[in-house]
Design a protein around this ligand. Structure first.
Ligand code: FEO
Length: 395
């Protein structure tokens, strides 16, 4: 039912909302859904820039047909091969068998792996141009944002950037599609969570993409998820620049693993001591309750991180181990870290969080606090010191 919307010149948004899917990539929760965007350029030559996930909009091909009004589709540009953007490629190929698919050498390999031999594949190189009539496109290779084959397509005429996953967000487009039609405060958390969960591992590649875009005038940013930025693209560009540089707010997230509540009580104690030092941005999460997607989001948001784990089979608590492994995998940098934990038989929680700290080289604000049973006065004094040092780092 959603109608195509004009972005600029002869560029039309063809998007769809997905409120059914629970988990993006079958792992990341979608409490607010997700939108898939793609764009049709209806010029002397016609071009579809990406498609959407299969089956989300039952009438996708019909919408393309309706916009083209009987004209052929000349080009299908694949900026990114992940199936949330290539889900309708097979249907497009059925309806338009003569369409020329545009991608790079890496795109082509994956196309073959998915769909076998495809005719009419046109390899493009970095900075190669394609005139469509009024519009002229330029292809920018931006690998690993977020897979190795990813590229962006830039409309030189209208200064529109089709950016793929970069500058995208979780969250459906509930009426408003363009940035000037929405209340962005609703999207910011979902955008950071999308960035940190999906793109964050490739933060350095996002910075390389920014280098490539230096001096390129951008009036509109058209990502494949979330709002389309036609009025204030500097907002989304600025946030992605900040997050990909790992810049964070002066706040702290405390994440604990606790079986019977001792470690949890220490988390509350430390949080209170930090609050008494004037820090207002403090969040506490139980690793067993809060999804890792939200934990990673808060770790990307705040400069201070305090991890606390009970011992479990002489190791960290399994879900804390999962979190730290994922953080190592993602390469999150430049955080201030506090460590605490408790044990009653063998230790293992604190020792292994310390190993994690050494692996990621985060700054340890004070000596880890390891508590046998219930904290005594000496251990609480160590917690006080941890809280004080963390609060100092956040000034
Ligand atoms: Fe939205 Fe990497 O796909």
């Amino acid at each position: 039912m959603l109608k195509p919307l004009k972005v600029a010149g002869e560029i039309y948004w063809l998007g769809a909302n997905d409120r059914k899917k629970h988990l993006f990539e079958n792992i990341w929760p979608l409490p607010n859904g997700v939108a898939y965007n793609c764009f049709l350029i209806n010029d002397e030559k016609t071009a579809l820039v990406d498609t959407i996930e299969s089956g989300v909009a039952g009438d996708f091909v019909e919408k393309v047909e309706s916009l083209l009004a009987g004209r052929p589709l000349d080009y299908l540009i694949i900026n990114h091969m992940e199936l949330d953007h290539t889900g309708e490629v097979k249907e497009i190929l059925k309806r338009y068998p003569n369409v020329q698919i545009i991608g790079n050498s890496k795109t082509f390999k994956i196309v073959e792996a998915y769909w076998g031999n495809v005719n009419n594949f046109k390899h493009v190189e970095d900075n190669e141009e394609l005139p469509l009539g009024h519009h002229k496109l330029k292809f920018l290779m931006t690998p690993w944002v977020h897979w190795p084959e990813t590229m962006m397509t830039y409309d030189v005429t209208e200064q529109v950037l089709f950016s793929g996953d970069a500058f995208g967000s979780f969250g459906t487009l509930d009426g408003g599609v363009f940035d000037d039609e929405i209340d962005f405060t609703y999207y910011e958390e979902d955008m950071r969570r999308y960035f940190s969960n999906i793109v964050g591992k490739y933060a350095n590649m996002v910075q390389k993409a920014f280098k490539k875009l230096e001096g390129v005038p951008v009036k509109s940013v058209c990502p494949v998820h979330g709002p389309v930025w036609r009025s204030n693209p500097e907002v989304v560009l600025g946030l992605y620049d900040k997050w990909s540089k790992m810049e964070a707010e002066n706040g702290v997230v405390i994440i604990y693993a606790s079986m019977y509540g001792n470690t949890e009580q220490v988390a509350d104690y430390i949080a209170r001591k930090i609050a008494e030092r004037g820090v207002k941005k403090i969040r506490i999460h139980d690793v067993s309750k809060t999804h890792i997607s939200n934990l990673i989001n808060d770790i990307w948001k705040y400069k201070g991180v305090i991890l606390g784990s009970c011992a479990y089979n002489s190791q960290m608590f399994p879900l804390m181990e999962q979190l730290t492994r994922e953080l190592e995998h993602m390469g999150v940098k430049d955080r201030e870290l506090g460590i605490f934990g408790s044990y009653s038989w063998n230790g293992g929680g604190v020792k292994n969080i310390k190993k994690f700290q050494e692996n990621v080289s985060w700054n340890l604000v004070s000596e880890p606090v390891e508590i046998y049973g219930i904290p005594d006065g000496k251990k609480l004094a160590q917690c006080d010191a941890l809280a004080l040092e963390m609060a100092e780092k956040l000034k």
